[in-house]
Write a protein that binds this ligand. Structure first.
Ligand code: PMP
Length: 353
């Protein structure tokens, strides 16, 4: 390949893939942290009530109905909410808006593989802070001067969360830069810092409808922050050729928010299945981290992750294997239905015998 200057910055970027999407629907898909249950029936009602003529119109330019519904749910105002096409889009907008200093941004290593991709693309300097041997994030690592901080809480793929004390200490020590807390999995965890948006005007909290609300295919994500930060995100989004969200995404997201009982019941079901599965895996010789998410991060005492991954795959069960230093002996297993997890456990017990 010839030395084209425009290519230099792109050639080393590995595109982020959430997980293979097999065509065969017999495959048990535990590789992309999707929710095994369908979205609320209120979402179905919206889709069924649509007429093709409605597609003629442009969507709401500011997703105001959705922003108002989201704001109300967490006790903030619409001006504190930004919406985008999944939290990846929201994170990308925040990176573009806020990470523009010469100082490196800080984020943990191990973490969500999307962050380095955006840093490389946007030429944002960054410094990673190694998690400890138990995958715990050390607060002391995030007290040096920086151009911004990103912490996923709970973290992925480790599944571990931090509590309010950690987040407050982080914010107290980073008052001059923007702190992004990526709460993609927070509904399965113990602590959301969204309330702290009222106290800290440098805090951006991102969340998603992809996991706890079973709407990954609809692409809806949001950020909560001070009105000033939200106005900057509005300014840098792709406002000249796209609206924040398509109309069907806006309406189905609002419908999902209106069915809190279903949301809570689904989350509780996933958590119960998660904890049961973790226990059974521990009995088979796995070290399973204490998950605060809808997936398990686990390593077997004797068998390699690659071996287990391959065996499960041969048996029609897809989980996530990372060919990366430090985590190449771990598997990330999304929580499916009870039935799916029973089948997975059955296959694990065969290979662990
Ligand atoms: N943050 C983390 C930590 C994630 O694992 C994911 C899912 N891959 C996302 C954000 C983005 O999810 P979505 O774009 O579907 O909202």
């Amino acid at each position: 390949m010839s030395e084209k200057l425009w290519r230099k910055n792109l050639i080393n970027i590995e595109p982020y893939v959430a997980g293979e999407q097999p065509k065969n629907d017999k495959i048990i898909k535990l590789n992309a942290n999707e929710n095994p249950y369908p979205p609320s029936s209120k979402v179905k009602a919206i889709l069924e009530g649509k007429t093709i003529a409605e597609l003629r119109k442009y969507p709401s330019a500011d997703a105001s109905v959705l922003r108002a519904a989201l704001a109300e749910r967490v006790g903030l105002k619409s001006e504190n909410v930004f919406c985008g096409n999944g939290s990846d889009d929201v994170l990308a907008t925040a990176f573009r808006a806020f990470f523009n200093s010469d100082k490196p941004i800080l984020y943990p290593d191990i973490t969500y593989s999307f962050y380095p991709v955006w840093c490389e693309l946007l030429k944002i300097p960054y410094k990673t802070k190694s998690v400890d041997d138990d995958f715990v994030i050390n607060i002391e690592d995030f007290k040096e001067p920086n151009g911004g901080v990103v912490i996923p809480n709970p973290n992925a793929p480790t599944s571990l969360g931090v509590g309010e004390k950690f987040i407050r200490e982080l914010l107290e020590n980073n008052q001059d830069s923007i702190v992004i807390i990526d709460e993609a999995y927070v509904d399965f965890g113990r602590y959301s810092c969204v309330e702290l948006v009222k106290e800290y005007d440098n805090l951006v909290v991102t969340q998603t409808f992809s996991k706890s609300r079973s709407l990954a295919g609809m692409r809806v994500g949001m950020a909560f922050a001070s009105a000033e930060l939200i106005s900057y995100m509005q300014a840098v989004k792709d406002s000249y050729n796209s609206y924040p969200l398509d109309q069907i995404a806006i309406e189905t997201a609002v419908a999902s928010l209106s069915d809190e009982d279903y949301f809570k019941a689904t989350v509780e079901k996933v958590k119960a299945t998660r904890d049961r599965t973790a226990e059974k895996m521990r009995e088979m010789g796995f070290n399973v981290l204490d998950s605060e998410t809808n997936f398990l991060f686990a390593q077997h005492e004797k068998l390699s992750a690659k071996e287990i991954f391959t065996y499960l795959r041969e048996n029609g069960i897809f989980v996530r294997y990372f060919n990366k230093p430090r985590i190449d002996n771990f598997l990330r297993i999304t929580i499916g239905t009870d039935e799916e997890m029973e089948l997975m456990l059955e296959k694990l017990s065969e290979i662990c015998k």
